[in-house]
Design a protein around this ligand. Structure first.
Ligand SMILES: NC(=O)c1ccc[n+]([C@@H]2O[C@H](COP(=O)([O-])OP(=O)(O)OC[C@H]3O[C@@H](n4cnc5c(N)ncnc54)[C@H](O)[C@@H]3O)[C@@H](O)[C@H]2O)c1
Ligand SMILES: [Zn+2]
Length: 367
């Protein structure tokens, strides 16, 4: 069995991301080989993961003292109350800093568990086993953890790197198609940031990747993780360069916010629409060629996205969308700060744009 490995170095921790099939079945060996030791362990799972995977994980950990908690993954539960629930178990079971917490779920569970781990006695061992495509290519890497509150999403959090990330591709088999597309959005984003070579691989193998066929899905996950590693290692605290990862996201957040984070448009779908908007706007600003834009749009049209910009929004939504773009946390002045595309592998961060120009683009892009 092939295990792909990426090593990440940060100012606080060095750790590995393992990517392959059937890794949960080998988790005891993986811990042993990497010298990951602990006496007690709290496993925080996502309610929607098939029981068979949970049973396998618990069986493989049976030589340890394990405690379990199952969460319903929703943005509503990504809050202080859930953190307290986790901390309560850790305190009552007398965990100390050499013990361990394992996140076994998607990005919601990972963000919650990462934050709970970083704040319990200022940090205990944290192992992430991401179970969605999005969490395998994005949220499990880079150390951002957090919860929501009434002021907004992910506003309370920390940078806390895991001790190990184990991405088992077999677990993705039970994911709904929509969730696969959601993760794919971040893979596509990474390829445009990285290189034309990387994008062409996706373009050539799109259908096989979306069907989770080997080795295409492994290679795509690996490339996306490698890109995130490179970016994160250069800019751990998201001061500057890491902004490239926001490609498509200023538009995406505005689309999601305008719809009140409704189920009609999930994050990944918004990111795909956001990449399309960023690409079109890049052409209008004269920094992306028509030919490159068409290549990107043709690819997006093949993904099978149900969400369509014109069925979700009308021209009258322009001001609402624009206002959300103005309050995006990446802005620091009157102008709006965008991440645009010059070419594959050439991303322009901090592109300052007058809101009126952006307003015209949004208005014209809607029916
Ligand atoms: N920390 C970061 O850097 C970062 C980056 C991107 C996103 N995020 C966060 O990640 C979250 C989104 O993550 P997500 O897309 O993984 O969503 P998620 O955690 O909500 O999972 C999506 C859905 O899939 C289900 N699921 C999970 N694993 C499954 C499996 N193996 N089989 C069947 N169903 C399964 C979940 O129960 C849920 O219903 C958001 O809260 C976002 O803010 C964080
Ligand atoms: Zn995203």
């Amino acid at each position: 069995m092939k295990i792909n490995k990426i090593n990440i170095k940060t100012n606080t921790k060095n750790y590995s991301i393992l990517i392959g099939r059937g890794l949960v079945n080998k988790i005891d060996k993986i811990f042993k080989d990497r010298n990951i030791t602990f006496e007690k362990c709290l496993v925080v799972t996502d309610k929607n993961i098939p029981n068979i995977f949970k049973k396998t994980l618990y069986t493989k950990l049976k030589s340890k003292k394990i405690f379990k908690i199952q969460l319903v993954p929703s943005e509503k539960n990504k809050n202080y109350i859930t953190i307290e629930k986790i901390h309560k178990i850790l305190f009552e079971r007398r965990f100390n800093r050499s013990d361990c917490v394992i996140s076994f779920g998607g990005g919601i569970i990972g963000d919650i568990v990462g934050f709970a781990s970083s704040t319990f006695k200022r940090g205990l061992k944290f192992i992430n086993i991401p179970t969605t495509l999005l969490s395998q290519v994005d949220s499990s890497i880079g150390g951002k953890t957090g919860i929501n509150n009434k002021y907004g999403k992910n506003l309370v959090g920390s940078f806390y790197q895991p001790d190990l990330v184990v991405s088992d591709i077999n677990i993705l088999n039970s994911l709904p198609k929509r969730e696969i597309i959601c993760g794919y959005a971040e893979i596509l984003k990474s390829s445009i940031i990285d290189s034309y070579r990387n994008f062409v691989y996706l373009d050539k193998n799109l259908e096989k990747i979306l069907k989770l066929k080997s080795p295409f899905i492994e290679n795509s996950i690996l490339e996306a993780c490698n890109l995130k590693k490179t970016v994160v290692e250069k800019d751990v605290d998201e001061k500057n360069f890491r902004k490239v990862l926001n490609l498509g996201h200023t538009f995406a957040h505005a689309y999601e916010s305008t719809l009140g984070f409704s189920k009609k448009l999930n994050h990944g779908e918004a990111v795909i629409l956001g990449i399309k908007s960023a690409a079109e706007f890049s052409l209008q600003r004269g920094i992306l060629s028509k030919e490159q834009l068409n290549i990107i749009i043709n690819h997006i049209n093949r993904i099978g996205l149900k969400a369509k910009i014109n069925s979700l929004f009308k021209k009258k939504d322009t001001d609402k969308i624009l206002n959300f773009m103005k309050i995006d946390k990446k802005n620091n002045s009157e102008s709006i700060n965008l991440v645009l595309i010059k070419n594959f592998g050439k991303i322009q961060i901090d592109f300052q744009i007058n809101p009126l120009i952006l307003k015209r683009y949004i208005f014209n892009s809607l029916k």
